[in-house]
Design a protein around this ligand. Structure first.
Ligand code: 13P
Length: 270
C-alpha cells in the first residue's frame, strides 16, 4: 500500500477468522473478499488472518493482491523442541506480514499470560512481523472500575523491552472481552476513551515519532451496521473483525466504509 505522508491517515481492516473454517472454505472466502476489496488501497490495509493450516492456500490467494496475510498466533522461540508450536520464520515463509498476539480467547482458554505475550511480541518484532497485540478488560473488571488500569497494564507488559527500529510497526487491538462475539459492540465513543488511554501509554513507552508507528484498532462485534460510528473517531485507526469477516458482504461494507473515511480525510489534507 502507499505510505501516507504526515497529515494523511492510514486505516486497518483486519479479519480474524479464528477456528471457523476449513482450508477449502478459507481459500474460497479469501478469493471472494479479495474480489470485493480489490480497488481499495490508498491508505487502507486489509489483512486476512486464517488458521495456521490455511495460511499457505490463503497466502497464495492473496499474493499479488492488495490484501495482506496475518497469522493468529506464533511461538516465542525461533526454533526447537516445541511440539505443536509454529515459528515466526515459518509464518514469514508462508507470506504472513502480521500476527495476532495475546487474543483474549488464548488468554482465557490456553492460559496465556502477560509474560508469554511479551515474549511473543518480542519474537514477532525481531522477526519483522507486525504484531497485533490484543488487550481489553473483562465485564467484571469494567464493573469494578479497573478498565483503564487493566488495559494499561496489559499494554505495558506486552511491550516490555520492545523497540521499534527502522520502519517496524505495531498494532494494539482494544478488544473489550465481554462484547466479543455478542453482536453488541461498545459505543464508539466509549472505545475511543480506551484508545486514548492506550495512546498515552504508548507515548510514555516510545519516543515521538516512533510512537506514531504504533496504531490502535478496535475489535468486538464490529459489523456493517456499526462501522460508520467507529470510523468517525480519529483515535480508532481501524478494526479487528471476527464474525462479520466470515460474511463477504459484511466485510466488504466494513472495508468500504473505512476506506471512504480515509479518502475523505486525505483529500481534505492534500
Ligand atoms: P467478533 O467480531 O466476532 O466479536 O470477534 C472479535 C474478535 O475477537 C476479533 O479478534
Amino acid at each position: 500500500m502507499k505510505n501516507p505522508g504526515r497529515n494523511l491517515i492510514k486505516r486497518y481492516v483486519i479479519a480474524n477468522w479464528k477456528m471457523q473454517l476449513s482450508v477449502a472454505e478459507s481459500e474460497t472466502l479469501a478469493l471472494d473478499e479479495l474480489a470485493s476489496c480489490g480497488e481499495m488501497n490508498e491508505g487502507l490495509e486489509v489483512v486476512i488472518c486464517p488458521s495456521f493450516t490455511a495460511l499457505e492456500r490463503v497466502g497464495k490467494a492473496v499474493k499479488g493482491s492488495l490484501c495482506a496475510l496475518g497469522a493468529q498466533d506464533l511461538f516465542w522461540e525461533a526454533k526447537g523442541q516445541y511440539t505443536g508450536e509454529v515459528s515466526a520464520a515459518t509464518l514469514k515463509e508462508l507470506g504472513a506480514k502480521y500476527v495476532i498476539v495475546g487474543h483474549s480467547e488464548r488468554r482465557q482458554h490456553l492460559g496465556e499470560t502477560d509474560l508469554m505475550i511479551n515474549k511473543k511480541v518480542l519474537q514477532a518484532v525481531k522477526s519483522g512481523l507486525v504484531p497485533i497485540v490484543c488487550v481489553g478488560e473483562t465485564k467484571e473488571e469494567r464493573r469494578t472500575g479497573k478498565r483503564d488500569a487493566v488495559v494499561e497494564r496489559q499494554v505495558r507488559a506486552a511491550l516490555q523491552g520492545v523497540k521499534l527500529v527502522g520502519s517496524q510497526e505495531l498494532l494494539i487491538a482494544y478488544e473489550p472481552v465481554w462484547v466479543i462475539g455478542t453482536g453488541q459492540a461498545v459505543d464508539p465513543e466509549d472505545a475511543a476513551r480506551s484508545h486514548m488511554v492506550i495512546r498515552e501509554t504508548l507515548r510514555d513507552l516510545f519516543p515521538e515519532p516512533v510512537a506514531q508507528r504504533a496504531h490502535i484498532i478496535y475489535g468486538g462485534s464490529v459489523d456493517s451496521k456499526n462501522i460508520d460510528g467507529f470510523v468517525r473517531f480519529p483515535e480508532i485507526e481501524g478494526v479487528l473483525v471476527g464474525g462479520a469477516s466470515l460474511k463477504p458482504r459484511e466485510f466488504l461494507r466494513i472495508a468500504s466504509v473505512t476506506w471512504q473515511a480515509v479518502i475523505k480525510h486525505n483529500i481534505s489534507k492534500r
